[in-house]
Design a binder for this molecule. Structure first.
Ligand code: OAD
Length: 252
């Protein structure tokens, strides 16, 4: 680990007025969640390609929802890692907005378990690609107040339609309001943390460049070079589970 770079990252975090955290699946990798494009990434799993598609929800809803339920049940067994906890502590203590492409809730769990020593409300996580822990109606799109126990048997209380997880599927666009809000944060942030994302998927991956064009500094934490490395002012090569705790120790 490069101590000078860690110290620089900690100083930039201390001096920042508003941090935009931009996360990808690498942040959850050390908890056991596969990334999308790694060697054993999710894109190697044929069921993901088959069922995480809007057409599958309409054509084979039972099979698709059963698969989603299995994914949720698998995620329920996983726990936040040291990177989630360090990030939670960093964001609890200063103005920050966390924009994640991840559909798990590991970061929220870490935030809930981390003491909030400032008077600010707990850091909020915006799920740009949706969340497996929110549900809505396939037919009328009404959000459900509570996640159902079983997606296969659940029905919409308004129209009796099937219930799906509120995630962006293949064949669907990003919700416009979520991206619009994220652009607003990119305009005001003076520091961006790029954590565990390949930066390949647009429009999400356009946000760091937008923030940079408005004057923000960019720090990337990732074991590998990415599409965003060229625009980062500081790159820390290594897993977020090791690098973020090292930075966090020097921030306070
Ligand atoms: P990718 O699979 O494209 O990239 C994962 C990144 O995590 C890579 O850059 C890895 O080097 C890095 N990585 C792996 N292990 C890590 C670790 N321990 N610590 C830090 N980084 C690590 O996944 P995403 O960038 O999340 O979209 O993919 C973006 C979007 O592509 C996803 O949200 C999904 C997919 O299509 C939708 O579902 C709409």
């Amino acid at each position: 680990m490069n101590r000078t770079k860690i110290a620089t990252a900690a100083r930039w975090i201390r001096d920042a007025e508003h941090i935009l955290v931009f996360c990808g699946s690498g942040l959850s990798a050390e908890s056991g969640v596969p990334t999308f494009r790694g060697e054993d990434g999710l894109y190697q799993h044929s069921k993901l390609l088959k069922f995480a598609h809007i057409e599958a929800l309409h054509e084979t809803p039972d099979a698709a929802l059963e698969w989603f339920q299995q994914v949720i049940d698998m995620l329920d067994e996983l726990r936040p890692n040291a990177g989630h906890f360090a990030l939670a502590r960093i964001c609890q203590s200063r103005p920050s907005t966390i924009i994640t492409q991840n559909v798990d809730r590991l970061l929220e769990q870490a935030i809930l378990q981390s003491p909030n020593e400032s008077s600010a409300p707990p850091a909020r996580v915006w799920h740009l690609h949706g969340s497996l822990y929110r549900a809505k109606c396939v037919d009328c799109a009404a959000p459900l107040k509570k996640m159902p126990e079983d997606l296969v048997t659940a029905r919409c209380p308004r129209c009796a339609g099937r219930i799906r997880p509120d995630v962006v599927l293949f064949g669907e666009a990003l919700p416009e309001d979520a991206y619009f809000q994220a652009q607003g944060v990119a305009h005001v942030a003076d520091l961006v943390l790029l954590l565990g994302t390949s930066g390949i998927v647009n429009p999400a991956a356009l946000l760091p460049g937008l923030a940079r064009s408005h004057g923000a500094k960019l720090i990337e934490v990732n074991p590998n070079p990415t599409e965003l490395s060229a625009i980062a002012h500081l790159t820390l090569r290594g897993p977020t589970g090791k690098i973020l705790p090292a930075i966090e120790k020097l921030v306070h």
